[in-house]
Design a protein. Structure first.
Length: 530
């Protein structure tokens, strides 16, 4: 076994501390070295060392999300954005014959409707080749109520918000709405509309109706400022990114189904390190992405709701990631979860070979609550900085290739709470570090356990954990408050899971008909079982 070199302590930046505080977690400067798990049939102990670090504490998810907003950029959205007493104008959309109930703030030229003043505007009907433009220089909110509106524009955005103080798109209750742009219009200018629903201003989507957005040239929905989704049944198909808020993207509720050739959800302001963040506090989000399911140039936080990434290169990626609640399920061809500050020896955004020992870049992965299920072809959890787990249930089906690991953290993995099940290859396997207060064990299997088999961890006849493999497994890491720091535990092949499952894991289960593989000691990496 090769012992990896020590790295100098990494200073956690104030931005990281703000995010940690946002979710009730204590950021600490940690230096860790972990040995790779051996594949030979010998019993080995992982080599870990750490500087002083405090144990992270669990957080209240609802409070944490509000704190995250306060520590970054206060959201422009208000709880009553979908509410209005009356409309200033009713606009009936019709090819070549659109009409408005009031000329105040509304101009119609052919199939282009321009709104130039704050107010509430109700749109219904169909434009098969036209657009709605919001160009308001006055202070005040523009509210667009989509009431069975369908807008397609072959030459640009269906709705183009070129100037406004703030815009709210309300999906009227019980309605079905659709927006689509063209396939080949010019988006080369810096602020040119490049989405079917495009905004230069803060944008909020609210209401309980349905909206289908097709971004044929670039993005589906894009704001060059902040973007908040409060509610609605929103389906997006995009040639590039699905939903993008340059300064920030917040999902508070609704049902989102996103299919994107590039990133599903995205915030990409690189010029200001206080923004560029993505936050999920509620709702149901399903993403199929050609690149990242969620990509944040800044911080990424999940405190509630349901996120399902059915296809991605990397599942979720950010400079720092904080998971404090919700139910997250990720399928990724490369890394499932990836943090990177873009500096240091670990490389910038994007996946790569796993394994500890590379330079800690100061980024942070913190998990304090919720459930996280990952199926990754690359690293399952990959932090180019440090990883701190204080709560939640994490189930990782990692790589079969020895060039990656189910757990990979350049600055080490500290586990002080929660449950971790991580299965994958053995070549780059990594254990929790010596600062961890939660008991853990690691075991190598030679030969590997085939897909579809159940592994059970047993103490004095009691099944503590059962895990059904979804692919070939040569290494298993298990951390749980049910483990003592030095106890001995029996590993069984076979049995069944309990009814209460997270992914293919359950606390408890049955070992009826199972075969004993041997005994492991907590706090050690045991090699060559079977």
């Amino acid at each position: 076994m090769q012992e990896l070199s020590m790295q100098p302590p990494t200073k956690i930046t104030s931005a990281v501390i703000a995010v940690a505080a946002a979710f009730g977690l204590a950021a600490c400067s940690t230096t860790v070295t972990d040995s790779s798990a051996a594949t030979s049939a010998t019993s080995t102990s992982s080599t870990t060392s750490t500087s002083s670090g405090g144990a992270a504490t669990a957080a209240n998810a609802a409070a944490s999300s509000s704190k995250l907003l306060a520590d970054n950029v206060t959201s422009h959205a208000e709880a009553d954005d979908a509410a209005y007493d009356s409309v200033d104008a009713t606009i009936a959309l019709k090819d070549g014959a659109s009409t408005t109930s009031s000329d105040a703030g509304v101009a119609i030229s052919g199939d282009t409707i321009t709104i130039s003043a704050p107010g509430t505007y109700q749109l219904s009907g169909t434009l098969s080749n036209g657009s709605v433009v919001v160009a308001s220089d006055a202070e005040g909110k523009v509210r667009l109520v989509l009431d069975n509106a369908s807008i397609t524009n072959s030459a640009g955005a269906a709705i183009a918000i070129t100037a406004a103080d703030e815009v709210v798109v309300v999906l009227a209750d019980g309605t079905t709405n659709a927006l689509a742009d063209g396939t080949a219009y010019d988006t080369s200018a810096e602020d040119a509309p490049d989405a079917a629903l495009f905004s230069m201003a803060d944008l909020t989507i609210a209401g309980s109706g349905a909206l289908t957005v097709t971004g044929n040239t670039n993005d589906g929905i894009a704001s060059k400022d902040g973007l908040v989704i409060q509610a609605g049944d929103v389906t997006v198909t995009a040639a590039d990114d699905g939903i993008r808020g340059k300064d920030y993207l917040i999902v508070e509720g609704g049902t989102l189904n996103i299919t994107a050739a590039d990133d599903g959800l995205k915030s990409d302001n690189e010029a200001d390190d206080t923004v560029g963040y993505v936050l999920l506090t509620g709702g149901s989000v399903t993403v199929s992405a050609g690149d990242d399911g969620i990509h944040a140039e800044g911080d990424l936080g999940i405190s509630g709701g349901t996120l399902t990434v059915t296809k991605s290169n990397e599942g979720i990626e950010g400079a720092n990631i904080v998971l404090a609640g919700g139910a997250t399920t990720i399928t990724a061809s490369d890394d499932g979860v990836n943090t990177s500050s873009g500096s240091g020896g670990g490389g910038g955004m994007g996946g790569g070979p796993g394994g500890g020992g590379m330079q800690d870049d100061g980024s942070l992965l913190q998990i304090s609550g919720g459930t996280l299920v990952v199926d990754a072809g690359g690293d399952g959890l990959d932090s180019n900085g440090s990883t701190e787990i204080s709560g939640g249930t994490i189930v990782v089906s990692g790589p079969t290739s020895n060039g990656n690991g189910s757990l990979d953290s350049n600055g080490g993995i500290t586990v002080t709470g929660g449950t971790v099940v991580a299965a994958g290859s053995a070549g780059m396997a990594e254990s929790p570090n010596s600062a961890s207060t939660t008991g853990w064990l690691q075991v190598n299997f030679n030969p590997a356990v085939a897909a579809g088999e159940t592994l059970s961890i047993v103490s004095d006849g009691k099944v503590l954990a059962s895990f059904t493999t979804t692919k070939e497994v040569a290494n298993l890491v298990f951390a749980s408050p049910d483990l003592s720091s030095t106890g001995s535990y029996d590993i069984y092949l076979g049995g069944t899971l309990a009814s209460d499952k997270v992914g293919t894991f359950s606390a408890g289960g049955s070992i009826d008909g199972a075969a004993s593989l041997g005994t492991v000691t907590a706090g050690q990496a045991t090699g060559g079982m079977r």
